[in-house]
Design a protein around this ligand. Structure first.
Ligand code: GAL
Length: 948
């Protein structure tokens, strides 16, 4: 073993046990199995609680740890990850797994965070990524995608031949974190079982030996394949469920239009796996992600997910998304998303925790506490409560009962839960649900929900909660009368010696604390309070048992040392911290915290908050107009000649030659076309058609004169037959501009906004072209020779999706090292065409602190132009009314030099002369703590001296 590995093993061993069955790098391989109830690791049942995370939407590898630790801190024990083929493969046979693409590092980080991984390498992933994960070059490969056609087969086997071995060496069976392997994605119509089987055979041949799953979509009635049996069947079919739809604009009124959640079992010998539980939404109506967060907010999360657990019996699930991230560069599939992929998730794009995160934590900690019982349950008779719905499951071995009490109505309902011999008061808000636990350890029954139940320092500590102001009652079983001390708050108690029932009655409000001693059980400290108060607790495991912490904004990890506990924690403000630990002393982020014992047996100390942050004003902008390609004399001799007359696209070119940019190897971003012809003087207009995907446009010049712009066509699925001439634009030829017999040049700048997905596996929408699809000079029959130019060179660190083919991109104007000293100060207006703005600023952010920074444009996005934003050469945003509602663009630490010089470049593409507004820097979040973040290395200077 190498020394570094030994040290890592030692650190992890000191860091302690982790969750039950959680992976450890020190461990040899484990056995993964399953039955109808749950997955098992070494025969131990595991309740898989995952959240989806896309490393490719956070191009700062040190921040992967931040997100994964935040997921773990909410009680998740797994992370679900798509691997995006297009992100790794710029050209056939070329793959990159370094730097921001280092998935080996990602898997190690997940393991160090104590998370299992559900690995989803596609080949098709959807996920609102360009091409749904298919590289642009796949459009040129013959053979229907997502089938066993030979061309496609060779291509995907090559991808899997690269990604599978990386995944394989990180499997639980080899001591790593990968617990499940997901083939394909919602592959349910237009299916090919031989392909589905080959994906699995290929995975096995590459050493994948964990169970294979697939995620199935939607509504079984309308889909033809379930992969539960027959050719191509997987071991554990998963179900995707998006009950709230994606109608973020109507968040206030939408309630479950797409179904009641997971209700059915797909296969009898496998656990119910909710592969994608809706946990946010794509913003298809441009309502903004705060609206999506509301659509999928606390009430939805509470009601639907609790129903899924008890009504559906799911023991494995993944929230889509746990953290959405950023569609940086040209990563997005343009029809459903813009730069931000915040998704309204529980952790925002700026890495901040929300009220939804609190609800995940309440459910996550509960599931962790009861996983041993909840992983083997069957439907059971439920207690009743007038005016409320109840459903129950019970564990046949230990008798634990889980009772779902829900209120589908919108008004609060107060009732009495008749649970065996107990009559307990229960109040549910409108659209509220609780999972109540009975027959569990000494808990006979309760109308409070369990947040957590731990044994710390020889006594039990449980946190119970309910909504503010609602009544709670808990019955505990004791062989003999215990001693009850109310330490805090108002709680009445009564002991029924006949049955051995200790009943506590209280209201869920400002926290109450009760210490119960004697009576034949270990001492029990009960903390009873509101849902909000419950969410202020954090738990973590150490080798000396769990700790509970209250008062921090996050608890990343805890490590036991003799007599002490070392916490890694974030704080949002200075204030008290309370720690329940077997230790006698506490350190936080390496510093000793002065503390004193409390009557509750905890330690109470005080923690400092974050330091203030002053961000510089962004001034000193310099500007430079470009688009020399529009000028007649521009040398395009090294551009690619467009001469093809056929293509594999289902879309027939309107004119020849074929001008689809993919045909000539330009798959990303802006593409320039120059068409040369000899003028006759009879030209009346120019008629063009371009397909860009939603949000795109194109600009047109004739002999250097700007003629105007048009919106690009979308041409997705069913539009195709209905709309044979998408993205039309007709531009009159100004009289006198063209001289008979003289050469003339038509220049067109087209935005390729990204490639369509292949959601329904019809091969059609994904192969739809980008760029010009028709070009005519009206009034002239003169032949036109066409050349085109897109991305000039692939940036080795930032990758193929970072840049398109604007002149400034080809010349390195987006890069920090470009010498813009000769540029004049930027004015406040730009002409139609392309203008670049650049400035630089220094940061000196406080160390040992996580400051999340964004770029904020004032006002609503402009109609006259779009702006493409580069921070230190990384394309982090597209701004404009045609693109979306987004005005704040997150600048991830690592790309943002927190301690040094930063360069901002903005390419303004104006369809009309416009007044431009420049952005300012803003603080999204500020916490003492965080994870160390190093600058992400990338080239600072232009890659090529000569620009073509
Ligand atoms: C699912 C799909 C995901 C994602 C999601 C919407 O159907 O599996 O990849 O596209 O919809 O965000």
């Amino acid at each position: 073993m190498k020394l570094s590995r030994i040290l890592l093993v030692l650190v992890l061993a000191l860091a302690g046990g982790g969750l039950a069955g959680a992976p450890s790098v020190a461990a040899p391989g484990h056995r993964v199995s399953y039955d109808k109830h749950s997955l098992m690791v070494d025969g131990r049942r595991v309740l898989v609680q995952a959240a989806e995370f896309h490393y490719f939407r956070l191009p700062s590898p040190d921040l992967w740890r931040d997100i994964l630790e935040k997921e773990k801190a909410a009680g998740f024990n797994a992370v679900s990850v798509y691997f995006d083929w297009a992100y790794h493969s710029p050209a056939p046979g070329v793959y990159d797994f370094t730097g921001v693409r280092d998935v080996d590092r990602l898997l190690r980080t997940a393991e160090q965070a104590g998370l299992y991984v559900i690995a989803r390498p596609g080949p098709y992933i959807n996920a609102e990524t360009t091409g749904g994960g298919f590289p642009g070059w796949l459009k040129l490969v013959p053979g229907r995608a997502r089938s066993s056609a030979p061309g496609y087969t060779a291509a995907y086997r090559d991808w899997l031949g690269h990604i599978n071995p990386i995944i394989a060496r990180h499997q639980v069976t080899r001591g790593g974190p990968v617990l499940l392997y997901n083939v394909e994605n919602e592959y349910a119509v237009n299916t090919d079982p031989a392909y589905m089987q080959d994906l699995q055979d290929t995975a096995r041949a590459h050493g994948i030996d964990v169970p294979i799953t697939t995620n199935l979509c939607c509504d079984a009635a309308s889909w033809t394949s379930t992969w539960a049996s027959g050719p191509g069947a997987v071991q554990i079919p998963g179900v995707d469920d998006y009950p709230q739809s994606f109608d973020c604009g109507n968040a206030a009124t939408v309630w479950g239009p797409w179904g009641a959640g997971i209700t059915e079992r797909v296969r009898d010998d496998a656990p119910v796996f909710a592969a994608e539980y809706q946990a946010g939404a794509i913003d298809v109506n441009n309502a903004g992600y705060e609206a999506c967060r509301e659509l999928t907010g606390v009430a939805y999360t509470r009601y639907f997910q609790k129903s899924n657990l008890i009504a559906g019996g799911a023991t494995a699930f993944s929230y889509y998304m746990g953290f959405g991230g950023t569609n940086w560069g040209w990563l997005a599939q343009p029809n459903d998303t813009y730069t931000s992929y915040d998704y309204g998730a529980a952790i925002t794009e700026g890495r901040q925790l929300t009220a939804k995160y609190d609800e995940y934590k309440r459910q996550g900690y509960f599931l962790h506490a009861v996983a041993g019982s909840l992983t083997r349950t069957d439907p059971a008779p439920a207690p009743t409560a007038a005016g409320l719905e109840t459903l129950a499951r019970a564990n046949p071995d230990d008798g634990t009962q889980f009772v779902l009490v829900r209120n589908p109505g919108t008004a609060a309902v107060s009732s009495t839960l008749q649970w065996g011999r107990y009559a307990l008061p229960v109040t549910l808000l409108g659209r509220d649900a609780k999972v109540l636990t009975g027959g569990y350890r000494q808990f006979a029954a309760s109308t409070s929900e369990i947040l957590t139940h731990e044994t710390i320092g020889g006594r039990d500590i449980a946190v119970l909660y309910g909504n503010e102001g609602t009544p709670g009652a808990t019955v505990l079983r004791y062989p003999s009368r215990p001693r009850v001390t109310v330490l805090d708050g108002r709680v009445t108690s009564a002991f029924d010696a006949t049955h051995g029932d200790l009943r506590l009655d209280y209201t869920h409000t400002g926290p109450a604390r009760v210490l119960i001693e004697g009576g034949g059980h270990r001492p029990l400290l009960l903390m009873l309070g509101t849902a909000e108060a419950a969410a202020s607790f954090w738990r973590a495991d150490t080798s000396a048992g769990p700790v509970l912490v209250r008062g921090t904004a996050l608890l990343r990890s805890a490590t036991a040392t003799p007599g002490s506990v070392a916490l890694r924690a974030d704080t949002a403000a200075a204030g008290p911290v309370e720690v329940f630990t077997a230790g006698r002393a506490v350190t936080v982020n390496g510093e000793r915290v002065a503390s004193r014992p409390t009557p509750s047996g905890s330690l109470l100390g005080h923690l400092p908050g974050p330091r203030p942050v002053a961000l510089p004003a962004l001034t000193g902008w310099r500007g430079h107009a470009e688009a020399p390609e529009a000028a007649p004399g521009f040398d395009d001799s090294r551009w690619t000649v467009a001469a093809k007359t056929t293509s594999l696209s289902p879309f027939a070119p309107i004119t020849l030659p074929v001008l689809f940019s993919d045909e000539y190897g330009f798959h990303t971003g802006s593409v320039w076309y120059r068409g040369r012809f000899t003028a006759t003087g009879a030209e009346t207009s120019v008629s063009l058609n371009a397909i860009t995907g939603r949000r795109g446009n194109y600009l047109v010049w004739l002999n250097g004169r700007y003629l105007g712009s048009a919106a690009g066509g979308v041409q997705a699925d069913s539009d195709a037959p209905a709309n044979p001439a998408p993205g039309p634009g007709t531009f009159g030829v100004p009289p006198g501009l063209l001289e008979p017999g003289k050469p003339a040049v038509l220049s067109v700048l087209v935005q390729n906004m990204g490639h369509n997905d292949d959601w329904t596996a019809d091969d059609n929408r994904f192969r739809q072209p980008r760029g010009l699809v028709g070009a005519r000079i009206d009034g002239s029959a003169a032949p036109v020779t066409w050349r085109l130019q897109g991305t000039a060179a692939i940036d080795p660190a930032r990758g193929a999706l970072n840049n398109g083919g604007l002149y400034g991109e080809r010349a390195g104007w987006s890069l920090p090292g470009y010498a813009d000293r000769g540029w004049p100060p930027a004015g406040s207006t730009v002409p139609a065409g392309v203008t670049w703005l650049r400035t630089a600023f220094r940061l000196d952010l406080p160390h040992g602190q996580d400051t999340s920074v964004a770029l904020r444009f004032p006002g609503t996005p402009p109609a006259g132009y779009r702006a493409i934003v580069y921070l230190n050469g990384w394309q982090l945003g597209q701004y404009g009314a045609a693109i979306g509602p987004q005005t704040d663009f997150v600048l991830p630490a690592g790309l943002l030099r927190q301690d040094g010089r930063n360069t901002l470049a903005i390419a303004v593409i104006a369809t009309t002369p416009s007044t431009v507004t420049t952005p300012s820097l803003t603080v999204v979040g500020r916490h003492r703590g965080g994870v160390p973040v190093r600058d992400v290395p990338a080239a600072v200077s232009p890659l090529r001296a000569a620009v073509t």
